[in-house]
Design a protein. Structure first.
Lengths: 178, 100
């Protein structure tokens, strides 16, 4: 019962935060709602016994990536005239309608799945205490998936170089084209 | 006791909200955040299936996706800074250069 209450609370915050995020005009408020949504999603992760990844989501996502977003917003120094005007025309409703249709399609697919009752969270089944712990994930990561793990370092290096090259001010031609 | 399909429904809903955000919003930063939200919705589904099969491989996939999201955020925000420096706007309708 307690599981269910925690689940519904976390799901409500995750979905409510996401909806509020796309409704905002000010990107700073958007980032704040996204952080609220992410923390609630981390609670869902922990309910699914993914303790390590849940902690990672809060530390890396809410703590680093979204702070990077905030830094960029601060750097851009956006004022009121940069925010879009909310226009409720027919095209906007069509786009929301498309998203709803997409959601319903996925729901139909989920209904087709045969999900065993025994795997429900909180059911009397043997989830090993170590499932999803740092030790289990790290052992798997550094034994079977060592090479993909090393490749992520190359990916991050390329991203660092790309970001520096793009964000660097070009001194030779001021105000060059995009 | 929470049925496992509930988590999949939440994941689908988050992904749909993300698509709506990408389609509706005209602010580049909010479009970018919606993409991050969609990545997270996919992560939630992967974690759910990982828990269903009691297989920890899904956690590794999510770990890699988080890395890709970090790299994407760095490069994407650099692009946004560059666009703002040249055009003084973050409105996606103001630089539809490929559309003309």
């Amino acid at each position: 019962m307690l599981d269910l209450i925690i689940f519904y609370l976390a799901a409500l915050i995750a979905i409510g935060g996401a909806i509020m995020m796309i409704m905002q005009r000010n990107p700073v408020a958007s980032v704040m709602y996204l952080i609220a949504s992410l923390v609630a999603q981390a609670i869902l992760y922990i309910q699914l016994s993914a303790l390590f990844v849940g902690a990672l989501l809060i530390i890396v996502y809410a703590g680093a990536i979204l702070v990077l977003f905030l830094f960029v917003i601060m750097l851009l120094n956006l004022r009121g005239e940069h925010f879009e005007e909310a226009s409720w025309n027919i095209g906007r409703f069509t786009k929301y309608g498309l998203a709803v249709v997409f959601f319903l399609e996925v729901i139909v697919i989920i209904r087709q799945l045969t999900l065993p009752e025994s795997v429900a969270v909180g059911a009397d089944q043997a989830v090993a205490e170590s499932f999803g712990s740092v030790e289990t994930v790290a052992t798997r990561l550094f034994r079977e998936y060592l090479f993909p793990f090393e490749l992520t370092s190359v990916l991050l290096l390329v991203a660092i170089i790309g970001a520096i090259v793009m964000a660097k001010k070009d001194k030779t031609e001021p105000g060059g084209d995009i | 006791m929470v049925p496992i399909s509930n988590f999949l429904v939440v994941s689908a809903l988050l992904f749909a909200i993300g698509t709506a955000g990408v389609m509706v919003s005209r602010n580049l930063l909010i479009i970018f955040m919606s993409i991050e939200l969609m990545l997270n919705a996919a992560n939630l589904a992967i974690i759910t299936f990982s828990r269903m099969n009691l297989n920890v491989d899904g956690h590794i996939i999510v770990f890699i996706v988080l890395t890709v999201a970090a790299a994407e955020a760095a490069v994407g925000l650099a692009i946004i800074i560059m666009i703002f420096r040249n055009r003084e706007t973050v409105n996606a309708d103001k630089f539809n250069l490929l559309k003309r």
